[in-house]
Write a protein that binds this ligand. Sequence first.
Ligand code: CS2
Length: 460
Amino acid sequence: MRLSPRTLAETRNAARPAYDRARVTPGIVHLGLGNFHRAHQAVYVDDCLGATPDWGIRGVSLRRPDMRDALAPQSGLYTLAIRDGEGTRARIIGAVLDVLVATEAGGGVLAALCDPAIRIVSLTVTEKGYCRDGAGDLAVEHPAVAADLATPESPGSVPGLLVEALRRRRAAGVAPFTVLSCDNLPDNGATLARIVAQFARQRDAGLADWIAAEVAFPGSMVDRIVPATGDGDLAEIAALTGVEDAWPVVTEPFCQWVIEDRFPAGRPDLASAGVEFVDDVALYEKMKLRMLNGAHSTLAYLGHLRHHETVADVMQDAELAALVAEVMREAAGTLPLPAADLAGYAKRLQARFRNPALHHRTAQIAMDGSQKLPQRLLAPIAEAQAAGRPWAAMGRGVAGWIAYLLARDGTVEDPLAGQLRAAAAAGPETILSLRAVFGDLADARWFTDAILAEVARLRD
Ligand code: CS2
């Protein structure tokens, strides 16, 4: 029996939407409908739909149709399984109304984005979706950006889609939506605003000025560990709930969302669902990116080299668990926050990493290293060095990435895969000279000498 509105009443051991789903209408388009969105933002929105049913979500898959194909027969319903050492709690989420596929002709994504009922466009498109160059500006030679600048009315890239949708809304006299980045980037709102502005300026200066004046891009910090769904999860969740879900999502109990409160077109009452609204999210973002994600990347590369399959496995390796704690300590040293608070935060992060019920693969975190290292490890290393503070553990994370690239001959999942393959063939010095990843650190001997020594040690 497949999960659907018809079978919903027959699900067992799972909380069901507490609102009348027939009354829900779309208010949000979400770009990048992956597991993370489904276990995070969609859950907060689900909590709001009883009071305000006009904030349902239309999901967009930017590349593949597989999520749409899984969720369409279920009318968007899916199971969220929250797991820790104590067991599994299941909940059926109804906030996603349908899924559109951006690559399909007539896929309806632009029409959805232009619907006046849509007041928020949120994004989880991963670091590479922002099409940034090494300096954080729009990469105009990026193939997807170049293609969209050539044919801007049928866009496929994130900046291309947002700018064309905003242009059409402006032309039709429809107020713009708020653009809410939910990716793990520093200053994610400001970064997206800059990239959209730069893309718009390439098309039409008047449009760029209008976007700068009228469109809000609040920043946000998002946090929940959400592994890829495994085959075993499908069977286990079906056994628990009594209905089959083609793509359930498994996650941890912890969940956090901090957002800058700039929503001129309105927003659901997310505070009632536990969202923290602040004036400036930058420090929260930095803390999470450096302490959680920096430690995550470090344990992913070094753990993978030691053949540990999951994060929980790495945390059983005393040497690596100690390194993870040290990365967090060093990262904390770069943050202007009370040391005791950061020590408590680090303790809670390590407990989350030890969650034995999450099968969070080191290989999943290892992906897209060229996009992740700068904000997770390289920026805090540069700041630590300038302040005369230690950074050796974070340096081991960087060396781990290089050793990982060398061990795989540069054959990795990464938008810079071609460059990484060529650099790996030439050796670690060449990898360290990639300015697109290392920026000015590529020229800093204090940095490159230490990392090269660590890479040699790791390879031994
Ligand atoms: C992870 C993140 O895959 C990765 O790069 O570090 O997805 C991490 O699990 C989340 O940011 C936690 O909020």
